[in-house]
Design a protein. Structure first.
Length: 414
């Protein structure tokens, strides 16, 4: 037992094929370890048990199980004083003597038939679906099947009581507060956009009812082989940005994602840096900014940010349809007096005035940002000097009608 703590925790470095081989076909080691250490709470078929606070595990992605077990072992998860269930799990992981034992258990769980747990909560599935589409779908996928590239586990069919508990922990900072748990931080930011407990109930009930079995997907393959296909900037955009902003960069109102294609690279770099350091997306009422902030952490360094920005800047400029009722003629007058000096006659932007391209941008997004600037939700941070300038300009727009007229006019610029 004394040697157990000295074993190198090297599961993450084991070749991916080892999971499938279970470190020796027919050895049965993973099944035996699971039966002794996991099944008493999670059940022999991995469906979980609410009486033991044990979620369903069967069919979960092996890379996710691996990471969570390592997190429990090193204290990244399960060390918060209010995470009672996490504190129970942490010592259980130490019953798995070494990395090979963990590999074997993880492989065994991964081969189980995906979980199908009964609904226990009262929630509105229709409202839950809307929440799922805007918050969860970009990372977890339309069927909740998970995606290794976005660090998102399979959640379809998971016990609703467990989903509710984890969402609450993420929202309250009980989980995802450790600086090493970047994926947990991302989830914590998402959970904070759920404004009340009923929203979490609705979301949990919807996820619980998602299809339990789906086809195998490419994200189970090693990440390196996928990222080597094309240029790094394009790949980083495809896996981290396109789920919301679309492959062509045209944006999507369902995901609160503006058009990005053709935006100036210098502006994109500045905004990504602002999100990363908290200059933007830190205001408690900036729900969409709060969602963006942790996503930027998927870009590991300044070079990655520059490459993504360059890829977006090389796209053909966006051309989004109008969605608001506004007076474009009145909007033109407002644009001339308020926006033209910095953004230019055609809204093409100007690096000398720190003004981004706005021509053709989605009118719903323009309205939202103008409202945030006007209310001090954006542009209030002391380091955001250009945001402060925009906030001052937005305050000259007397009412929402004026902002709609302006947004409609800008949307029609080319």
């Amino acid at each position: 037992m004394a040697n157990r703590e000295q074993v190198s925790w090297n599961v993450h470095d084991v070749p991916w094929e080892a999971y499938r081989r279970n470190l020796g076909p027919g050895s049965g080691r993973g099944e035996k370890l699971f039966a002794l250490n996991c099944a008493p709470c999670h059940q022999s078929t991995g469906e979980g048990n609410v009486a033991f606070n044990a979620p369903a595990l069967s069919g979960q992605r092996t890379w996710y199980l691996d990471r969570q077990l390592r997190n429990f072992r090193d204290g990244t998860r399960g060390s918060h004083p209010l995470d009672v269930q996490g504190m129970q799990m942490a010592p259980m992981v130490r019953l798995l003597a070494d990395g090979q034992a963990v590999n074997a258990v993880v492989a065994h769980i991964g081969r189980m038939t995906p979980f199908a747990t009964p609904m226990t909560l009262k929630g509105d599935k229709a409202k839950g679906k809307a929440l799922f589409t805007g918050i969860c779908l970009p990372c977890h996928g339309e069927s909740g099947d998970g995606n290794r590239l976005t660090n998102a586990p399979r959640i379809a069919g998971q016990a609703d009581w467990y989903l509710l508990r984890q969402l609450t922990k993420f929202r309250d900072g009980v989980r995802g507060d450790d600086e090493k748990d970047t994926s947990g931080m991302q989830m914590a930011a998402m959970a904070k956009t759920l404004l009340d407990e009923q929203s979490m109930y609705d979301l949990a009930v919807y996820i619980n009812g998602l299809p339990k079995e789906t086809a195998a997907y490419a994200a189970e393959q090693p990440v390196g082989s996928i990222f080597s296909l094309t240029a790094r900037g394009e790949n980083l955009f495809t896996f981290n940005c396109a789920p919301c902003h679309q492959l062509e960069g045209g944006g999507d109102v369902a995901f609160n994602a503006p058009a990005l294609a053709g935006q100036h690279g210098w502006y994109l770099v500045k905004q990504l840096e602002n999100f990363k350091e908290g200059t933007r997306g830190a205001h408690p009422q900036d729900l969409q900014g709060i969602q963006m902030s942790p996503m930027v952490k998927l870009l590991p360094d300044d070079e990655a940010i520059g490459e993504v920005a360059a890829h977006i800047a090389a796209m053909s400029p966006f051309d989004t349809p109008s969605t608001l009722n506004g007076d474009a003629t009145r909007g033109e007058a407002l644009f001339t007096g308020t926006c033209l000096p910095c953004h230019g006659k055609n809204g093409q932007g100007n690096p000398l005035t720190n003004a981004p391209r706005i021509a053709g941008q989605a009118d719903w997004y323009l309205l939202r940002q103008l409202t945030k600037f006007k209310k001090g939700i954006r542009g209030a941070h002391e380091k955001d000097t250009t945001g402060m300038q925009m906030a001052a300009m937005a305050k000259t727009l007397m009412d929402e009608k004026a902002m709609k007229d302006l947004a409609v006019y800008i949307n029609g610029l080319r």
